[in-house]
Design a protein around this ligand. Structure first.
Ligand SMILES: [Zn+2]
Length: 320
């Protein structure tokens, strides 16, 4: 088997069985195993799920209510406010420090979800035109309201962009090469890619509760090899977010919450009750929960990079 990034054959070794967060997802991921390239540190799933299985999973399953990663909020008013959460603010600070966003015209977010980053940036830089590719039907309304032009199929794009953003998407792909050649084609000369993905050195693999639904696993070295392969230079590379042990703890909590919630009558009762509560009240409750976090240590995770123990990596690549 050849490494999907550096293409070397003899360096690729079996690493582990693929771990699912929810065993129901086995329908999409079948008997996946993980292989790792000892040369460029890149790991990947084999055999890959079919494109049809992945399309169905991300269109209809991934953001369904009551299942991790709990990306859809219970009401629209609350969903809109997510652009003010710490993670997005940390992206804003990072990007606007390293890139002169005044000079960016066409902005494209690959796998943008609700499009929080572009929406927030456009508030400060109104010249931006927002484009994206997001196949999830649950994001359709908010992207339309935020004036994104959504190209569901990236291969239909013939526009040029100054900045491509892709946060927490590249690890969900089954093929990184076709995306990177497409990004290169889509970028104007000297255009930028801002990415963030999970960091997967040995600290990631040791004690991880699950891998799913990620399919590709990067480290600094594998991103460097990828950048070199497609002729990008690094404007910045940083390690970001929680420690590996915190990340593993959050993952276990999310998994427990799902399994408890599924069987508990109390959860079902709570969900039914919420349908009858005024939306403003639910939104107010979310604000109170956020206020409780304001002076919590956990908040620091999104504002301190490069501790040597961060579970994500981010960077800005520039087209040479
Ligand atoms: Zn490799």
């Amino acid at each position: 088997m050849n490494c999907l990034i550096c293409n070397k054959n003899e360096a690729v070794k079996f690493l582990d069985d693929y771990k699912l967060e929810m065993k129901e997802d086995k329908d999409y991921f079948k008997n996946a195993k993980i292989y790792r390239c000892n040369d460029c540190d890149f790991a990947f799933v084999h055999p890959m799920p079919t494109n049809d299985a992945l399309d169905y999973f991300y269109k209809h399953v991934y953001r369904s209510g009551g299942r991790p990663p709990y990306l859809v909020s219970e009401n629209y008013e609350d969903q809109i406010k997510h652009y003010l959460e710490d993670k997005n603010l940390s992206y804003l600070l990072y990007l606007t420090t390293l890139i002169d966003v005044k000079k960016i015209k066409n902005f494209y977010d690959f796998g943008c979800g609700d499009g929080d980053l572009g929406y927030a940036l456009k508030k400060k830089f109104p010249q931006l035109n927002l484009f994206c590719s997001e196949g999830d039907s649950q994001c359709e309304k908010i992207l339309k309201d935020r004036k994104y032009k959504n190209f569901e199929n990236i291969n239909e794009i013939d526009k040029k962009f100054d900045l491509i953003v892709t946060t927490h998407s590249l690890e969900h792909l089954s093929d990184i090469n076709s995306i990177f050649s497409k990004f290169k084609e889509m970028l104007n000369p000297n255009g930028f890619i801002f990415f963030e993905v999970p960091n997967c050195p040995k600290e990631y693999w040791n004690g991880r509760p699950y891998d799913g639904p990620h399919l590709l696993f990067y480290t600094k070295k594998s991103i460097e090899v990828l950048a070199e392969k497609y002729n990008f230079k690094f404007l910045n590379f940083s390690n970001s977010a929680y420690t590996f042990s915190e990340d593993h703890r959050f993952q276990r909590e999310s998994q427990d919450l799902y399994h408890k919630g599924k069987s508990s009558i109390f959860t079902k009762l709570k969900q039914t009750l919420k349908k009858f509560l005024p939306k403003k009240l639910i939104s107010f409750r979310q604000d109170i929960l956020q206020i409780q976090k304001i002076r919590n240590d956990i908040k620091m995770n999104w504002f301190v990079n490069n501790t040597g123990d961060n579970c994500y990596i981010r960077g800005i690549l520039q087209k040479k």
